[in-house]
Design a protein around this ligand. Structure first.
Ligand code: FAD
Length: 523
């Protein structure tokens, strides 16, 4: 075994995963490592993946990138929530916002809402951000200052923590939407300016040594490339980890059957139309349609199960949903590999992005998985002894995040009130992941809390579960019995404070479009 510290990293793949990894590693380790990124000029990137989690801000902060610098270059906008449209029944909507749940006398406000809520909207009663979403407001004023929502922007004691260390301490009030291709371009420049070696070529072979570790990769035009650590960012192909190292893939399809998508990128006059500050997921007969508003276009797509719908029907439905603006736009049909690799790090190969695993994008978790994996890779970066314990720890962290998100997504389908097509009827008879059935029973009498949700870090705090449970509607939820014997005055004071604060902010904040138009003038 080599006694040298592994300091030559070779990344294969130039999609969001490849370039996020290259830029982060260079920022983390500078000239202590060499980074080479090889991407095919012929095999395209997936071309979707434009909505994120609020924790993504730590990625940009880590790279020292200011919103004014990178957002206009990537046609980026703010995302305050996911809006679920028609999941309970047609015409109904609710938000899953980025906002910590207020607590009153030790109970979450949603619990008080179940006991004695002022209206039938748990989201607008309990969260300021849901009201800002309904009103299409930006979370920042025109001078760039941020609304005060009980979080600490740039708080010294929190900066430098990984995402998992942040959870529960802070909830930043928004995430981003951005054009995936433009972000990859932006990060390409960021990385190559800092010394990442960029090769456009195809990897045709992966050569292993006698121990089964990657010795080198063989490219079509640039010959052999050697490295110490190889990062597989080749998307669903999994060229290094799944193909060369034969790591099995664990499918989630028994619990999450959507395996296909059709996507459109539709240019629109956003000044006229406005920019909604949320990602929308609109339930359909055999799946759901995402709508992601960017500065200048929307990204949209129908995620469906091919057992219930043909690609042609899905495309027709999507085009009808968007309207005449989509007529000339070419559709991108995608087969999705749902699940995760048994191990994401084997020997000297770590897979990040779609090559590691993926679940349908209902809660925009793809880029979150990438960000989490990169943070964990830095945390578990090997020394000369390549301790297997580090890889074991990395693999369990990745598996927990993906398995936890799977549970959360299954809750959306178990909870959905829709039962008007076979697809929605079948959501109630399908298998659920181990442990979830028991948790679902518990949540009927006790709202989700840190003691009774999936027990390992997976990016979703208990309030997220409350939102989906109360919003989708099929699983009965009730207030903690003791609240029936408690004075609700303090809770009503909190509901009134949320109402007043929302009203004031709606009156004073600019619309999302106005904010980004002015940001462009400023930058
Ligand atoms: P890709 O984009 O597929 O890139 C693969 C790269 O590998 C390419 O550069 C290709 O050229 C290269 N490559 C492949 N084979 C070779 C070879 N032999 N030699 C050299 N290079 C090679 N995530 C979110 O966070 N939010 C969302 O809203 C969201 N929506 C999604 C919607 C859909 C329908 C899908 C399928 C995914 C979505 N995702 C979303 C996930 C997100 O798109 C991905 O996580 C993200 O784009 C990363 O992809 P990637 O870089 O792993 O793979």
């Amino acid at each position: 075994m080599s006694t040298k510290n592994p300091d030559r990293v070779v990344i294969v793949g130039g999609g969001t995963a490849g370039w996020m990894t290259a830029s982060y590693l260079k920022k983390a380790f500078g000239d202590k490592i060499s980074v080479t990124l090889v991407e095919s000029g012929k095999i395209g990137t997936i071309g979707v993946g434009e909505a994120t989690f609020s924790d993504i801000r730590h990625f940009f902060e880590f790279l020292d990138l200011k919103e004014e610098e990178w957002m206009p270059a990537c046609n980026a906008t703010y995302k305050l929530a996911v809006r679920f449209q028609d999941w309970r029944r047609k015409g109904h909507h609710f938000y899953h916002p980025f906002e910590q749940m207020p607590t009153v006398n030790g109970f979450p406000l949603t619990d008080w809402w179940l006991q004695d809520g002022p209206t039938d909207r748990f989201d607008t009663d309990c969260f300021v951000m849901a009201n800002l979403c309904d009103a299409g407001r930006s979370p920042r004023f025109l001078d760039g200052s941020l609304i005060d929502q009980g979080f600490a922007e740039g708080a010294k004691e929190l900066s430098g923590l990984t995402m998992s260390e942040h959870q529960g301490k802070t909830q930043f009030p928004y995430a981003y939407h951005f054009e995936a291709a433009l972000l990859a371009k932006y990060l390409t420049k960021y990385s190559t300016d800092r010394g990442v070696h960029h090769i456009i070529d195809e990897v045709q072979d992966v050569r292993l040594d006698e121990r089964g570790w990657i010795d080198h990769i063989v490219t079509k035009d640039h010959g052999s490339l050697e490295g110490d650590l190889f990062v597989d960012c080749t998307g669903f192909r999994g060229v290094l980890l799944n193909k060369a190292l034969e790591v099995p893939f664990i499918s989630y399809q028994d619990t999450l059957p959507n395996d296909s998508a059709v996507a459109l990128q539709v240019p629109l006059d956003m000044e006229k139309r406005g920019i909604n500050p949320y990602t929308q997921a609109t339930a359909q007969d055999a799946g759901w349609i995402w709508t992601i508003p960017l500065f200048g276009r929307i990204g949209t797509g129908y995620v469906y199960a091919k057992d219930y719908l043909s690609p042609e029907e899905a495309e027709r439905t999507l085009r009808e949903f968007v309207g005449p603006e989509a007529a000339e736009v070419e559709a991108n049909h995608i087969r999705m590999r749902i699940g995760r690799s048994e191990q994401s790090w084997k020997n000297n190969c770590v897979a990040i992005g779609l090559a590691s695993g993926f679940v349908e994008p209902l809660e925009s978790t793809g880029i979150f998985f990438i960000h989490h994996a990169i943070e964990q890779m830095v945390k578990h970066f090997p020394a000369a002894d390549w301790s297997p314990e580090l890889r074991k720890s990395y693999n369990s962290s990745i598996a927990n995040v993906m398995d936890g998100v799977r549970e959360f997504l299954v809750l959306h389908y178990q909870g959905a009130g829709r039962d008007d097509t076979q697809y929605w009827k079948d959501t109630k008879t399908r298998a659920v992941p181990d442990g979830l059935a028991e948790r679902l029973e518990r949540w009927k009498v006790q709202l989700p809390d840190s003691e009774n949700v999936f027990p390992y870090y997976h990016g979703l705090p208990p309030y997220s579960y409350m939102c989906i449970l109360l919003g989708t509607g099929a699983i009965p939820a009730r207030a903690t019995p003791s609240l029936g014997m408690s004075d609700t005055a303090a809770a009503h004071k909190e509901f009134a404070a949320i109402r007043d604060k929302s009203r004031h902010l709606i009156e004073t904040l600019p619309s999302t479009y106005e904010y980004f138009a002015s940001m462009r003038e400023r930058s």
